[in-house]
Design a protein around this ligand. Structure first.
Ligand SMILES: N[C@@H](CCC(=O)NCCCC(=O)O)C(=O)O
Length: 251
C-alpha cells in the first residue's frame, strides 16, 4: 500500500525578490517522509487554486507549518495594528476552515508555530500580537542574524501537565525546545486544551478536547533535525501513525 499523503501547508515567497512561489521548508518534508513515513505534498495555500474539500479528499492528514506572516486579527475579532506585522490572507482562507473540518471529521493534523496559532484561532481563540512586550515574558523570537543552528538553537523548557497526552506520549513532563515566534495564545479557543507551557507561562502545546483524530500542535519547531531529535521523532512518528490509521479507515 502507498504511504499516507500529508498536505504540507505552503507559504508564499518571492524567489530572487521577483518570482512568486508557494514553498515549504525542506525540514518539513524530511520529517514527514523520514520520520512519519508519509508522502509529503506541498499545498499552494491560495483559495483560487485549491479548495478545502479537495484537500480533505486527496490528503490523509495535514502539517500546518510555521510561517512568518501572522494570522489576520480580524479572524479573531480584533483590528489590525502595526504590532500585528504582515499577513497572509490567502493562507488564512485555506487553513482556518481546513482545521475546523479536520477536527469535525477526525482527520489528523499536526500544527507547528504559525500552524499552532491557526489551530487556536480556528477554534475561536485569540493571539497576542507581540508576547515579548508582556510583563514577565521572555523574547521567543529567533535571533535576527546568525546561522540556522543559532536560529533553531534550543532555548527554553516546555512543561507538560502531569497525565496529559503530551506527558504520556513523550514520557516526560519537561522537554527543551527551540523558539522562533513573536505572537502567542492570549485566550484559548473552544475545546483547545493547553497542556504545555514555557517557564514564562507562554502556551506551547495544545490539543483539541474530544476530537476524534490527532490534533497535537506545538509552538516550537520540531521539524528541525526531526530525524535525530528524540522529542521530534516521537511527535512525527505518532502523527504518521494517525495518518496511517485514517488512510486504512477510509478504504
Ligand atoms: N508569525 C508567527 C509565527 C512564527 C513562525 O511560524 N515562525 C517560523 C518562521 C519560519 C519562516 O520564516 O518561514 C509569529 O511570529 O508568532
Amino acid at each position: 500500500m502507498s504511504r499516507p499523503v500529508i498536505g504540507i501547508i505552503g507559504n508564499s515567497y518571492l524567489l530572487n525578490d521577483q518570482y512568486p512561489t508557494h514553498a515549504g521548508g525542506t525540514m518539513n518534508s524530511e520529517a514527514i517522509s523520514q520520520v512519519s513515513n508519509c508522502l509529503p505534498l506541498i499545498v499552494p495555500s491560495h483559495p483560487d487554486l485549491v479548495c478545502v474539500n479537495e484537500l480533505l479528499e486527496v490528503c490523509d492528514g495535514f502539517l500546518f507549518t510555521g510561517g512568518r506572516p501572522n494570522v489576520h486579527p480580524e479572524e479573531y475579532g480584533e483590528d489590525a495594528t502595526d504590532a500585528h506585522g504582515e499577513f497572509d490572507r490567502c493562507r488564512d482562507a485555506i487553513t482556518l476552515p481546513l482545521i475546523r473540518a479536520c477536527v469535525e471529521r477526525g482527520q489528523p493534523f499536526f500544527g507547528i508555530c504559525r500552524g499552532f496559532q491557526e489551530v487556536n484561532v480556528a477554534m475561536g481563540g485569540t493571539l497576542y500580537p507581540e508576547i515579548r512586550e508582556l510583563p514577565g515574558r521572555m523574547n521567543h523570537r529567533m535571533p535576527p542574524d546568525g546561522t540556522l543552528e543559532e536560529k533553531f538553537e534550543i532555548r527554553h523548557n516546555v512543561h507538560f501537565d502531569e497525565g496529559g497526552v503530551f506527558h504520556h506520549l513523550l514520557g516526560s513532563t519537561c522537554v527543551r525546545t527551540n523558539t522562533l515566534h513573536g505572537q502567542g495564545i492570549k485566550t484559548a479557543g473552544s475545546r483547545v486544551v493547553i497542556e504545555g507551557q514555557a517557564d514564562d507561562g507562554t502556551p506551547e502545546a495544545i490539543h483539541i478536547q474530544d476530537a476524534p483524530g490527532f490534533t497535537l500542535s506545538v509552538q516550537w519547531h520540531p521539524e528541525y533535525k526531526a530525524v535525530e531529535d528524540p522529542v521530534s521523532r516521537v511527535l512525527f512518528t505518532a502523527f504518521g501513525d494517525a495518518a496511517r490509521d485514517w488512510k486504512t479507515s477510509r478504504v
